[in-house]
Design a protein around this ligand. Structure first.
Ligand SMILES: [Fe+2]
Length: 263
């Protein structure tokens, strides 16, 4: 038997809460990319997602400043005990970001870790709002004050932040150092906040033209589709990944269906 994969946009407007234990996921702002005028100009901004540990609450007032010693592993795990922001959107959306965070009871100073999936302006345009947070932008990990720590992330070696919480190396779109955040154990299964590994659901017509390394990105896309039950793409609604088991006698009749593919 083989597993067929299809995708389906998740309905609802942000903020979109996916409860989970030990981590919940809240899509704060939905990214978009719209043609504007001629010459292939677009108006765009990236999705912004909040990951909240079950143990953290707005009323606890409990902040976990990352320690300056102990190496990247310890610092990442400590930073992941507070609110984690995955991408920040562009600087033009600063007020929208602050409003969306406030709606969840999270002040900018509460955020202990910001993960930037890749270094494009519509994804990391508001890092300046979070000087007290640890920053993992692409493969660069630093603590407040600009203390950079090596960590060894690669496609075979994810960074573990906590139970069921990992950063994966998902190269391709912006180059070799793009990352995604993987959150297991939510009400919708495993959520992958994937940046522009996926522009949007059904982006088969466009992602390659925006990719620095389509071969690597194809590999990253298959890996994400193989693990995710829900994908938060860089510019569009989150989409579910639905797997159906085909009948054995159908195997080989349609080879394309055996590969993970976006509808
Ligand atoms: Fe991008």
């Amino acid at each position: 038997m083989s597993s067929l994969v299809r995708t389906e946009p998740l309905r609802g407007e942000p903020p979109l809460l996916v409860p989970g234990d030990p981590y919940s996921v809240v899509v704060l702002l939905r990214g978009y990319a719209e043609p504007e005028g001629g010459d292939n100009a677009v108006r765009a901004d990236g999705s912004v997602t909040l990951v909240l540990p079950q143990a953290w609450s707005p009323t606890s007032g409990h902040r976990h400043p990352p320690p300056s010693g102990g190496g990247a592993k310890t610092s990442l795990e400590e930073a992941a005990r507070g609110p984690i922001l995955v991408d920040t959107g562009g600087p033009w959306a600063q007020e929208a970001l602050l409003g969306a965070l406030a709606g969840q009871g999270v002040a900018p100073g509460d955020v202990t870790l910001v993960v930037g999936t890749h270094g494009h302006s519509d994804h990391i345009g508001n890092l300046g709002l979070f000087p007290g947070a640890a920053l993992l932008v692409s493969h660069d990990f630093c603590l407040p004050g600009g203390h950079y720590l090596p960590h060894g992330l690669n496609e075979e070696c994810p960074l573990r932040l906590g139970p069921g919480l990992e950063v994966w190396a998902t190269p391709g779109h912006g180059g070799q150092r793009d990352v995604s955040l993987v959150v297991a154990g939510t009400a919708l299964g495993t959520v992958v906040v994937a940046g522009d590994v996926f522009e949007r659901d059904g982006d088969e017509d466009s992602w390659q033209a925006l990719s620095e390394d389509p071969v690597a990105q194809e590999r990253s896309r298959k890996r994400v589709l193989g693990a995710a039950d829900l994908v938060v793409p860089g510019h569009g609604a989150p989409f579910r990944v639905l797997r159906e088991v085909s009948q054995p006698e159908k195997k080989g009749l349609d080879q394309r269906q055996q590969e993970p593919a976006v509808d």
